[in-house]
Write a protein that binds this ligand. Sequence first.
Ligand code: SAH
Length: 220
Amino acid sequence: MTDLRLAGIGMTSARTRDRLVQRLREQGIANLSVLDRIRNVPRHIFVDEALGSRAYEDTALPIGFGQTISQPYIVARMTEALLEGGPLDNVLEVGTGCGYQTAVLAPLVTHLYTIERIEPLLSRARERLKELGIRNVRFRHGDGSLGWKAHAPFDGILVAAAPLTVPETLVRQLKVGGRLIVPLGPEGEQELVRLTRREQRVERESLGSVAFVPLLGGVV
Ligand code: SAH
């Protein structure tokens, strides 16, 4: 990939990206490292070339296989919610998709493990992160609702697809003090929540209503 394609021109230029960052600030995203990642990750390389000119609009866009790249505001909000409460060493992401959220998050944590159930999406995500020079990510083709036991427990888990109820298997793979950011509920009535594992209980906070694809079992 050429440097020019990564840097972007016209509708994918630095100015266009700055406008997106400004918009997210106005919507309440305050974490400067998160805003910096939104400014620096070239979202246009994660979508089809034909959609490149829309890459810095604050909307979800199709990435094939019936899936979408998450809306930048949601990526920023989830990343910010995950980071609140201290540095993160070991983090699990469920639902790699095109890898955009992965690219935003990776440099803000020490180790990132990411699982996707649709193999072609995972391979493309892996290639893009390599092109961006991001090296602290391990990829896995599988059912992320089972977590990744070999690398557990995690300081944080971020789930980019919505289960109907709290995914207990993932809660069990959190360290005490670890945070799980997950959209919960059926399509049309989902709520983004942060679950924090404490010694004897799990704390739950609501982060507002959201629209995600469902978390599915099995692999494709
Ligand atoms: N943050 C991603 C969002 C992708 S959409 C991005 O910006 O591209 C959510 C993804 O979760 C889809 O790619 C879908 O295939 C995946 N997914 C759904 N259920 C899953 C599961 N059980 N395990 C792993 N991935 C899953």
